[in-house]
Write a protein that binds this ligand. Structure first.
Ligand code: 5AD
Ligand code: SF4
Length: 447
């Protein structure tokens, strides 16, 4: 069964992208080859997301597409892995359209599952594990730029936010051995990577109990930052209830830990936060923001917001708009509440905000955020930043693009011969000065 070609589509979060890289690594060892062309693949799979209903609906459409390939070509095997596999195992098998269903903690068993697939005998493994972190697996990087990579530092989640399906699809939280994380980051650096993003559902609760003492998230950040001043370190996601002063101070002590914290607020209303089981109040949240700004005035803060959660009144919604103004977010991911079967909210609270009203509130949130993003970018006009070059700009190939430490996308001329500034390439650091902006980009000159 060697050199069979595998095609994987990835949906959902960065952690899922990293899981796909782990899957490619496991399958490569078993003799499989990666392909980006569905039509030549022997094995087709989707690494799926269950976070909102529309994510799942899209994936059902892809399952039909995969099934089409199966009917066209003999011997093609199709499967669903990841969060949706975990949540909808039986329904997926009953559809008769997939040959295997594998949950997020079962990727080591994929080669044996694939070997066992026979027509009419689908394979399933959705067991969740208390230990699996894939710590020893060297992911096959699927990103194209060769400059920035993601490292999963933990798996699962122990917070039971009432709207969220993740604890059910990814199981209990477990942290990965920090030595394997540092080794992976060193290895990436030696291969030319210049930025690593440490990933976890709640990085602030990272904890490794080692023989020579405990390693918490701040310690881990410091160890990764120590690899080289030329290696940038980012991380996601922070939890407002858990982000510690030690983490904030550790960031400020290292120039190469990027000045950006993704701190999902979800809602600005205490009543909603309580129902969401977020375990902080608006006041606590604003207190954490004040601390971040006190220690690092130049630190960008981004967030996630849910519009139209169960029982959300107009005044709760106003509280969300006002918390957004109070923080002045640099960027936000904004969603309508989508009820997920099996979650606490689905069991306890009616999903009672009409769809049109959810959309109206979401649109209000989006247009406010567009203003805030533009204001935030305007504040950066005239400033200089060190940018890690990612490659040519999509708009104009004579320009390059890359991110400043605060995660904002900068566009600037690749070369300025009259200033003696030669062409820059992906992985270089360049200094830029911001000339103007849109709500999404800083337009810069090289200095
Ligand atoms: N409905 C809408 N948005 C959700 N999120 C998580 N669960 C839901 C849901 N049921 C959002 C949260 C989270 C982000 C990853 O997705 O804002 O932070
Ligand atoms: Fe990632 Fe959550 Fe989607 Fe799972 S459900 S893929 S953890 S965003």
């Amino acid at each position: 069964m060697s050199h069979r070609k595998v095609y994987i589509e990835t949906y959902g979060c960065q952690m899922n992208v990293n899981d796909t890289e782990v899957i490619f690594s496991i399958l490569a060892k078993a003799g499989y080859e990666r392909t980006e062309n569905m039509e030549e693949a022997d094995v087709l799979m989707a690494n799926t997301c269950s976070v909102r209903d529309n994510a799942e609906q899209r994936i059902w459409g892809r399952i039909d597409q995969f099934y089409g390939q199966k009917r066209l070509r003999e011997g093609v095997v199709t499967g669903i892995v990841g969060c949706m596999a975990e949540r909808l195992k039986d329904k997926l098998l009953e559809s008769g359209r997939v040959d295997f269903v594998a949950g997020p903690d079962t990727y080591r068993s994929l080669p044996s599952m694939l070997a066992a697939v026979r027509p009419g005998f689908p394979q399933i493994n959705v067991e969740l594990s208390r230990e699996e972190t894939y710590a020893d697996i060297e992911p096959v990087r699927i990103d194209k730029n060769g400059v920035s990579a993601f490292i999963s530092i933990m798996r699962g989640c122990n917070n039971v936010c009432s709207y969220c399906v993740v604890p059910y699809t990814r199981g209990a939280e477990r942290s990965r051995d920090p030595r394997t994380i540092v080794r992976e980051a060193c290895d990436l650096f030696s291969k030319g990577y210049r930025e690593v993003t440490l990933l976890g559902q709640n990085v602030d609760s990272y904890l490794w109990k080692g023989n020579d003492g405990d390693v918490d998230f701040a310690d881990l950040l410091a160890s990764v930052a120590a690899i080289s001043p030329d290696l940038r370190v980012r991380f996601s996601t922070s939890h407002p209830k858990d982000i510690s002063d030690k983490v904030i101070v550790t960031m400020s002590e290292h120039d190469n830990i990027c000045r950006h914290i993704h701190l999902p607020v979800q809602s600005g209303s205490d009543a909603m936060l309580e129902k969401m089981r977020r375990r902080y109040t608006r006041e606590w949240y604003l207190g954490r923001v004040a601390k971040i700004r006190e220690v690092m005035p130049d630190c960008a803060i981004t967030t996630d917001i849910i519009a139209g959660f169960c029982g959300e009144t107009l005044s709760d919604h106003e509280d969300t708009l006002s918390v957004m103004r109070a923080v002045g977010y640099d960027y936000a991911y904004m969603f309508q509440y989508s009820e997920r079967p099996g979650t606490l909210a689905a069991l306890k609270y009616p999903d009672d905000i009409p769809a049109e009203e959810k959309t109206r509130r979401l649109n209000e949130i989006i247009s406010l955020q567009n203003e805030l993003s533009l204001e935030s970018n305007r504040r950066d006009v005239g400033k200089t930043f060190k940018v890690l070059v990612e490659g040519p700009s999509k708009r104009d190939p004579k320009d390059s693009c890359g991110r400043a430490s605060n995660n904002k996308m900068c566009v600037f001329p690749s070369a300025v011969p009259e200033k003696g500034l030669s062409d820059c390439k992906a992985g270089d650091y360049v200094n830029v000065k911001v000339l103007s902006c849109t709500s999404a980009t800083l337009i810069c000159e090289r200095v």
